[in-house]
Design a protein around this ligand. Structure first.
Ligand SMILES: Cc1cc2nc3c(=O)[nH]c(=O)nc-3n(C[C@H](O)[C@H](O)[C@H](O)COP(=O)(O)O)c2cc1C
Length: 248
């Protein structure tokens, strides 16, 4: 193995952890604007920019979203909470302006919009971390996506993909280990026999046993197999169909 390559951007990426506890210090609106501007520089499929971000300040609405998402108290208490939406409403308006019809409801359009918003959200996370903030995504909003749509007046052809809490981290915390590059990066073809999951299990077991908060006995395969052995938000298909994502 050659010398490890690094630079300030790679170091920032390698420092990531999800942050759920924040100092009370507010986040300036200018910071949020800079974060969303940088987020929007992400590559976007066909230049479609199929996303909208809803910043939620209303405490009563945040309380309701925090409850349906878990409950997850950080949705209520974080200095900034935003909902990232896959948005095909704007392309629909583009078609109206051009006096054409949007041939909607394709699975591919769903993928395009979901990937677009995810790429820009990760840019937002990195931009936030570069400013000393920490954050956590909130997939939990998909526990009850219809209520999120009702609360935030999200129209058809738009769906809330995840939330993002941001704020200045309350404390330093351990990093969750990731799979080594040797497991993720496969040469030429998909090598089914790799990876050695037991080695990664031992790494995760050590992390869970020794972490300063919420220590427990667990492994990666144990955690993932428990997750994969139960229904995964089975309401999502019907919800998406109703919102105009029909999986044609
Ligand atoms: C799309 C997405 C949704 C997530 N949803 C939640 C969530 O609802 N609540 C939460 O506490 N963490 C959530 N997370 C954070 C993951 O649990 C976290 O990234 C993972 O455990 C790895 O930990 P790390 O980010 O600290 O390295 C989500 C992450 C992603 C990418």
């Amino acid at each position: 193995m050659g010398k490890k390559i690094t630079n300030p951007v790679i170091e920032l990426l390698n420092r990531h952890r999800s942050v759920r506890k924040y100092r009370s210090e507010p986040v300036a609106d200018e910071m949020v604007e800079a974060i969303i501007e940088a987020a929007g520089r992400a590559a976007t499929s066909n230049f479609i920019q199929a996303y909208s971000v809803i910043r939620v300040r209303n405490t009563a609405i945040r309380k309701q979203i925090a409850r349906l998402a878990g409950p997850q108290e950080w949705v209520e208490t974080s200095p900034v909470f935003m909902v990232f939406c896959a948005d095909l409403n704007r392309p629909k308006n583009a078609c109206i302006l051009e006096d054409t019809r949007m041939d909607a409801g394709y699975t591919e359009q769903f993928i395009i919009a979901t990937v677009d918003v995810s790429l820009m959200a990760q840019n937002a996370m990195i931009a936030a971390e570069s400013l000393g903030l920490g954050g956590v995504y909130i997939g939990g909003i998909r526990n009850d996506p219809q209520t999120v749509c009702d609360l935030l007046k999200i129209p058809d052809h738009v769906y809330p993909v995840f939330g993002l809490c941001l704020g200045f981290p309350l404390r330093e915390q351990e990093q969750k280990p990731r799979m080594p590059v040797s497991m993720v990066l496969k040469e030429e073809i998909y090598h089914e026999d790799e990876p050695d999951l037991s080695a990664y299990n031992r790494t995760c077991e050590g992390y869970y046993r020794h972490r300063s908060r919420g220590a427990r006995q667990d492994t990666w395969t144990g955690q993932i197999s428990r997750m994969m052995d139960r229904p995964s938000r089975p309401h999502m298909r019907e919800f998406l169909n109703r919102k105009g994502f029909e999986f044609k």
